[in-house]
Design a binder for this molecule. Structure first.
Ligand code: URA
Length: 243
């Protein structure tokens, strides 16, 4: 069910609206809801998967090992946490850190959608497959989605590997640092107001209700953040130029 502006005109109201949530079964196993944190006016927002053990205990996103690596990645592009906003697809820890289930995602993402509307970021970096799949409405593996720039209405979406993946697979570390450099370039482009859209190809419309603030998702892929190439068909990133 959509969360409207009437119910939740700001983040505080949204957080109160979520309350001590038991709308899905995660409510009975988690310690606390992890709403999200950071600059409520951030131009850059990160969306992860779900709180883990540390987040569940502390009530803040990305405070464990993956979070420390995220801090490192942010630092590598001259940013700190206080300058961005971080949230997750689901706001309660799945038991044993299992993947969030479709029902849990369906129940929780209206809150994320409203959160995104309120923060109104220009750029969203999705961390891992769950947030990329939700935001881009695709099932394409994250390894194929990353390295490209997508559009969801006015929002630029940059899918990257989940930082936790680099903790288990060192080869992903360098890829993440590289992708963060590209992320920085995408952010700078927007901040400078230099619209780089030279050849966007409108793609298939999104499934209704799936998009956060806008309904006209355009997964156009770019070869370079400064010169957009014609996009691919939605869900077919295989032909797109990489950054
Ligand atoms: N992993 C996530 O996806 N989110 C968190 O908040 C922590 C770890």
């Amino acid at each position: 069910m959509a969360v409207g502006s009437g119910d939740c005109p700001d983040l505080r109201a949204l957080c109160e609206h979520i309350g001590d949530c038991h709308r899905c079964p995660l409510g009975s196993t988690r310690t606390q809801v992890v709403f999200g944190s950071g600059d409520p006016r951030a131009e850059l927002m990160f969306v992860g998967e779900a709180p883990g053990r540390n987040e569940d205990l502390e009530g803040a996103p990305f405070v464990g090992a993956a979070g420390r690596f995220l801090d490192e990645l942010l630092q590598s592009i001259g940013l700190e946490r206080s300058q961005v906003y971080i949230a997750n697809v689901v706001k309660c820890r799945p038991p044993g850190n299992r993947d969030p289930l479709p029902l849990e995602i369906e129940t929780c993402t209206p809150f994320l959608r409203r959160q995104m509307e309120l923060i109104a970021p220009r750029v969203v970096a999705t961390l891992g497959r769950f947030s990329a799949h939700w935001l881009l409405d695709t099932e394409v593996p994250i390894s194929a989605l990353r390295g490209r720039l997508y559009h969801v209405g006015d929002i630029r979406v940059v899918p990257v590997f989940h930082p936790a993946a680099a903790l288990y697979d060192a080869s992903k570390r360098d890829v993440l640092f590289e992708d963060f450099k590209r992320l920085r370039a995408v952010c700078d482009d927007r901040r400078d107001g230099a619209t780089s859209a030279s050849a966007q190809t409108p793609e298939a419309p999104l499934a209704s209700g799936a998009a956060p603030a806008v309904q006209d998702r355009q997964p156009a892929d770019l070869s370079d953040p400064a010169s957009e190439a014609p996009g691919l068909s939605h869900g077919d990133p295989s032909q797109g130029a990489l950054f």
